[in-house]
Design a protein around this ligand. Structure first.
Ligand SMILES: Cc1ncc(COP(=O)(O)O)c(C=O)c1O
Length: 422
């Protein structure tokens, strides 16, 4: 295994079982899962509706046919996603991952616009292939500067910089919009293909632009015909509570959305939804051998139906705000907490060294070990590895939300006490 596939915890956890929103490790210890396999086990573990849909498909004896034969599950899922997207005359192409989904969107945009120039956001993460590394603005995840694309990076999720600190939302949006105008009138050579952006930056530590920033960007981009790709790999399917797709929080309907992670509740599925003309624009034949295979389509159709039938977006709003409010209350008395942010069931706590105010990855490591001991799985991220990222399954109950919040606050208090007494 490569050295760069980093494991969490001093003594790594092997998960061997799961039910509801909890998992069990190889030693028999149970954890409330607040990271859900990096936001992917979206409706928890061992969900009968998903298991039975997959078992029905397995029982047919067919796990693969390829897209040269009709795949009913793809058509059904594409119709649902097209409708939910709000994109006019939408079409959907299925892939196996978020990386491939973003590659497809970038191909569509650069082809349609006959340009290799793309705009992306600082601190972003879009995948691990050449093209997606090219549009990634997070040095810790950027292995190469080689890129098939010509990329310029924009502001929008960096309000912590001294020059932006203290600005109101409106003033910050104005500063970012002015910068976009400046980029478009200075450093680009001819037409720009697209802007690709995460509505909430996942790997970046759940940093987010104020609502309305992407509407301001879209207005400027529309005037030049530049396409807008919203990377919904982490923010889709109601997770933010206030919208079904993260970008809808900005009142924007993008030209394309990419998705993956939670849709298959653990089965590999990703894809792009785009306007029909844009999607059909490629002149050559294309396919993804495994993309949209019958098993992942069975899982994804069952998962999406479950999310909609149980209105899990509303549950994310309710349980998420209870947790975020609780974290904010705790933060007000804990000097190690530099920031609490989030939306719905996607929330983060940034840890700082109280003496310097600087990022403290060491304290984040301590928090991880404390929550592990207490039986809760959390994630880490951010530019400096000091941001605790949490995104439980959308099926989280109010009781589990309270239990998880209690464990997190206790762990923060323990780590804070260690710092204060040292
Ligand atoms: C916002 C975003 N886009 C794209 C990706 C890449 O997805 P995958 O790992 O499925 O290729 C990720 C993965 O973490 C992501 O968070």
């Amino acid at each position: 295994m490569p050295a760069w596939t980093a494991l969490y915890y001093d003594d790594p956890i092997e998960i061997v079982g799961g039910k509801g929103n909890r998992v069990v490790d190889a030693s028999g210890k149970t954890y409330l899962d607040f990271f859900a396999g990096i936001l992917t086990n979206m409706i928890g573990y061992d969900v009968p509706e998903v298991r039975e849909a997959v078992e029905r498909q397995l029982a047919t004896g067919v796990v693969h046919t390829s897209t040269v034969y009709l795949l009913r599950g793809q058509v059904e899922l594409a119709e649902k996603i097209a409708k939910l997207s709000g994109i006019e005359n939408a079409k959907v192409f299925f892939t196996n991952s978020g990386t491939e989904a973003n590659e497809t969107a970038l191909l569509l945009a650069t082809y349609a616009r006959r340009s290799d120039q793309v705009l992306a956001m600082r601190q972003s993460y879009h995948g691990r292939s050449f093209g997606t590394v090219g549009v990634t603005g997070n040095r810790a995840w950027k292995n190469s500067s080689l890129s098939p694309l010509n990329v310029h990076f924009l502001h929008g999720a960096d309000r912590h910089l001294t020059r932006f600190r203290g600005l109101s939302d409106a003033a910050y949006i104005e500063a970012c919009a002015e910068d976009l105008h400046h980029v478009l009138s200075t450093v680009v050579g001819g037409d720009v293909a697209a802007l690709i952006a995460e509505p909430i930056q996942g790997v970046g530590g759940f940093t987010m632009a104020p609502d309305g920033l992407f509407a301001a960007y879209k207005e400027i981009l529309d005037a030049e015909g530049v396409l807008f790709i919203s990377d919904e790999v982490q923010t889709g399917w109601g997770r933010t509570g206030s919208a079904f797709f993260g970008i809808h929080n900005h009142g924007v309907t993008p030209d394309m959305m990419t998705f993956a992670k939670g849709l298959g509740n653990g089965f590999a599925v990703g894809g792009v939804v785009a306007g029909g003309e844009l999607m059909d624009g490629l002149h050559a034949v294309g396919l993804s051998t495994f993309g949209g295979n019958p098993l992942s389509m069975a899982a994804a159709n069952a998962t999406l139906d479950y999310v909609l039938d149980h209105d899990l977006q509303a549950n994310a709003a309710r349980t998420g705000s209870a947790i975020i409010d609780g974290l904010r209350e705790a933060a007000s008395r804990l000097p190690i907490v530099g920031d609490v942010r989030g939306r719905g069931l996607m929330f983060a706590v940034e840890l700082v060294d109280p003496a310097t105010g600087g990022p403290s990855p060491a304290l984040a490591g301590r928090f991880m070990e404390e929550t592990r001991k207490a039986g809760l799985l959390a994630g880490k991220g951010g530019l400096h590895g000091n941001v605790l990222r949490m995104a439980p399954p959308l099926t989280l109950t109010p009781g589990e939300a309270a239990e998880g919040l209690g464990i997190i606050v206790n762990a923060l208090e323990t780590v804070n006490a260690e710092v204060v007494s040292s």
